[in-house]
Design a protein around this ligand. Structure first.
Ligand SMILES: *Cc1c(COP(=O)(O)O)cnc(C)c1O
Length: 295
């Protein structure tokens, strides 16, 4: 964002979760003028609303949004949003950090730049991030005055073309990323995405059978994160501790959701049997009930 938004361009932020809020915070940090298109955390971004917002704010040159809102496990309709951006000649930047190698994503969808990291569905170590950007956009950005010295993307691109880096890279994380990418390509990106869908379905079937309630409409769910309402009588902490004792770690809901919901992630290397053991552990916990609660 600091590199790919022109000095005279305004930004439109698509916000329906914590990571959309973060895009806004980045715009604020860099003094980038922006507008926000809001949806509730339970609703995907709406292409018709995007078209309307672009009509209302003609100075907007760049739209930025999140593919998979990790806050809730919601998938935004990037293909349709990208179509609106392309048809109006707007640059479309997407945060695909929790989506790359976990969801279908195609650069032909009107997307101009994608940011990802090593450490989610790609299964590398934290410490490396990357941007896939169109050459034309990178060439345009090379003429923008840098907003940051260390994170100015055209500088990385220029050095990359010369087989180098502008600053000392996190070499150990880069080697781990290379191995992770080799593993990903050996498995096949499509096969990994499919595998994520398979284990998510396994997990969700088990949770439904235990009577857990989805936080989102099923139609909006990603393949890797599921948010459930906390079962009656349970705090997040009590459920976390009961599952932790059985060898599983769940995530709290983000922000205000912490008191109402928990998240289960199925991104890593786990077998079908591991998911069955998780469902068993959850069933056991629900039978026993929260520690300290009276029967
Ligand atoms: C994980 C994630 C990030 C990066 O968050 P960190 O606080 O650096 O871990 C950004 N966007 C999305 C959608 C994410 O899931």
């Amino acid at each position: 964002m600091s590199s790919l938004i022109g000095p005279d361009e305004e930004l439109l932020v698509l916000r329906n979760g914590v990571y959309g809020e973060r895009i806004e915070a980045i715009a604020q940090a860099h003094g980038i003028p922006y507008h926000v298109l809001d949806q509730p955390w339970t609703a995907p971004q709406d292409p018709a609303a995007l078209a309307k917002a672009l009509d209302a704010h003609p100075r907007v040159g760049v739209v930025a949004g999140v593919v998979h809102e990790t806050t809730t496990g919601l998938l935004n309709p990037i293909k349709d949003l990208g179509e609106v951006c392309r048809s109006r000649g707007k640059t479309f930047l997407v945060d695909a950090i929790s989506a790359i190698a976990g969801e279908e994503l195609d650069l032909s969808w009107g997307v101009d730049a994608v940011v990802g990291t090593a450490n989610k569905c790609i299964r590398g170590l934290p410490g490396m991030s990357f941007v896939l950007a169109r050459e034309e956009l990178m060439a345009k950005a090379a003429a923008y005055p840098p907003r940051t010295l260390y994170l100015h993307l055209p500088a990385y691109h220029a050095k990359q073309e010369a087989d180098s880096t502008p600053f000392t890279p996190a070499i150990q994380a880069a080697y781990a990323l290379e191995v992770a990418l080799r593993e990903l390509l050996a498995e096949g990106v499509g096969a990994r995405v499919e595998r994520m869908g398979h284990v998510a379905a396994l997990l969700r079937r088990g949770c439904t059978e235990l009577g857990l309630e989805l936080y989102l409409d099923e139609a909006y769910l990603s393949r890797t994160i599921t948010t459930y309402r906390l079962p009656k009588g349970w705090s997040y902490e009590a459920l976390h501790d009961a599952l932790r004792a059985a060898g599983f770690v769940i995530y709290a809901g983000q922000g205000d959701l912490r008191q109402q919901a928990f998240r289960v992630c199925n991104m890593g290397v786990m077998s079908d049997a591991d998911y069955e053991r998780f469902i068993d552990a959850l069933k056991q916990a629900l039978v026993v009930g929260p520690v300290g609660a009276s029967a």
